[in-house]
Ligand binder design. Structure first.
Ligand SMILES: Cc1ncc(COP(=O)(O)O)c(C=O)c1O
Length: 468
């Protein structure tokens, strides 16, 4: 008879003590995230050196491992889950999503095939349908859950590439791209860098891209579109990463479809504005596209990582993500998750996505979008009132602000990050250095905005005084 080894890692009693302790430490972290400095202290970052040691010759008690992780790891995190992190477009994590993430972690499901995890397969199907419903996308589209918008762009563009070439009688899955009919890719000058990466991974090449002029908000100029054809993929944006601006989708889709071109939408965060009756008009026309990429870990505040690729032509996505024969991996009769994504084995990220959508529902998601946009307007109003220059039309949750010349603006950004009340990053917008404020967390309150405004304006005053 097999006996349980005396290894603490596999001892059941210890594992429930361990899990309870992990939950205590996690709750303590969550509760303190809003009060601590947003960026980690230099001493905390320096202490990470203590992780460096040769591969251990002996094991370590799991509780000690956890304690060590908390002692060194927790202080060296950036408090993105508190209410005053405004960097990049990083969402926080909704309590429901975090809790679902813990349960899913305990389940440890492989979401590749339905037979490996019926629950993961079912929730994925439901979550993708709900995303289509929430965003007003065609209900019979196919979709897949991937790590983020970069991979969602990759996945959708792979489907576009296969479908356009199939129309030309070329099977890219079987024959690759060598000697294939050429595909033209068109995007605005303000295309997100990650989309260029996706194109290069797909063999479509960053340099082959035909870049179209944009206006002062970064919107692609529909009147400047080049000649399109049935071999063109046009990439448009719902939500510019700096300004939050939306490309004129209706005009572009109409022009593209007249020529038989494929339109892909990078809507990493902006697509979610469509759940709000107040902001839905910004998404007019985006539903006419052929594929969409978005992130659930940004505006919807689903735990990292969770990107969503949606393709109108379900068969196009399935054809290029299908696995060639492997006797032990036969698909069942129903939708198989791995037939819609580049990966086979992967975590069951649908669990958190489903939980977030279920708990918020349409009104909760709309409120999250509207509240974060209102916070962005509050920032912009406070900055303007203090004499700062807001560089963008604040259409959704993004604010760009300049504090004078490039070096002053950079100094303010550095000083704000070091001071720790809040965290904002920098950018260069159409030649001007700017601070980016992206309000993407459910946890941000009016008080967080006011405290952050005070900290930013204090830093700006000090830098201004020092420069005189
Ligand atoms: C418009 C846009 N596309 C793509 C991405 C890449 O997203 P991810 O980092 O989730 O892959 C971002 C990230 O901010 C973005 O804003």
């Amino acid at each position: 008879m097999l006996t349980k080894p005396e290894n603490p890692v596999v001892n059941e009693r210890d594992s429930s003590t361990l899990l309870t302790r992990a939950a205590e430490l996690a709750a303590r972290y969550v509760n303190s995230a809003s009060e601590r400095a947003v960026a980690p202290k230099e001493t905390a970052v320096a202490a990470l050196q203590r992780f460096h040691e040769p591969f251990p010759d002996s094991g370590c008690d799991p509780e000690k491992v956890l304690a060590f992780l908390d002692e060194l790891g927790s202080p060296a995190t950036v408090a993105t889950t508190g209410g005053r992190y405004f960097g990049f477009v990083n969402g926080g994590t909704l309590p429901t999503s975090l809790a679902a993430n813990w349960l899913a972690g305990a389940w440890d499901q492989n979401a590749a095939l339905r037979v490996m995890s019926p629950v993961a397969a079912e929730l994925e199907e439901i979550a993708i349908r709900w995303v289509c419903e929430a965003l007003g996308l065609p209900p019979d589209s196919a979709g897949g859950l991937v790590t983020g918008a970069t991979m969602a762009n990759f996945t959708s563009l792979a489907a576009a590439r296969s479908a356009l070439l199939a129309r030309e009688g070329w099977n890219v899955v079987e024959d690759g791209l060598f000697h294939a009919p050429p595909i033209e890719v068109v995007a605005g000058v303000e295309v997100h860098a990650s989309l260029l990466k996706a194109l290069s991974l797909l063999g479509l090449g960053r340099k082959r891209l035909n870049l179209v002029e944009v206006d002062e908000q970064g919107r692609m100029r529909a009147d400047k579109l080049p000649k399109l054809s049935r071999n063109t993929i046009v990439c448009i944006q719902a939500g510019n990463v700096n300004t939050g601006a939306f490309d004129p989708a209706s005009q572009i889709c109409e022009a593209a479809h007249q020529q038989g071109a494929w339109v892909h939408v990078d809507g990493a965060f902006g697509l979610w504005a469509g759940v709000s009756p107040q902001y839905r008009h910004l998404l007019n026309g985006f539903e006419k596209a052929d594929s969409w990429a978005t992130d659930a870990h940004k505006w919807p505040n689903v735990s990292y990582d969770c990107g969503v690729a949606i393709v109108r032509d379900a068969e196009a996505l399935r054809t290029c993500m299908e696995l060639s024969s492997a006797a032990y991996l036969t698909p069942g009769a129903k939708r198989e998750p791995m037939y819609y994504t580049p990966e086979c084995s992967r975590r069951a990220r649908a669990v958190e996505l489903w939980a977030a959508l279920k708990s918020l529902g349409r009104p909760g998601m709309a409120e999250l979008v509207e509240r974060t946009c209102a916070h962005a307007r509050r920032f912009a109003a406070g900055l303007r009132a203090a004499g700062c220059r807001v560089l963008n039309d604040v259409v959704i949750n993004q604010v760009l602000v300049s504090f004078g010349d490039s070096s002053k603006t950079q100094d303010v950004i550095r000083s704000v990050q070091e001071e720790g009340t809040c965290w904002c990053g920098g950018t260069v917008w159409q030649g001007k250095t700017a601070m980016r404020i992206s309000v993407s967390s459910w946890a941000t309150t009016d008080d967080d905005v006011d405290r952050s405004l005070e900290a930013i304006l204090r830093a700006a005053r000090i830098i201004e005084a020092a420069s005189n």
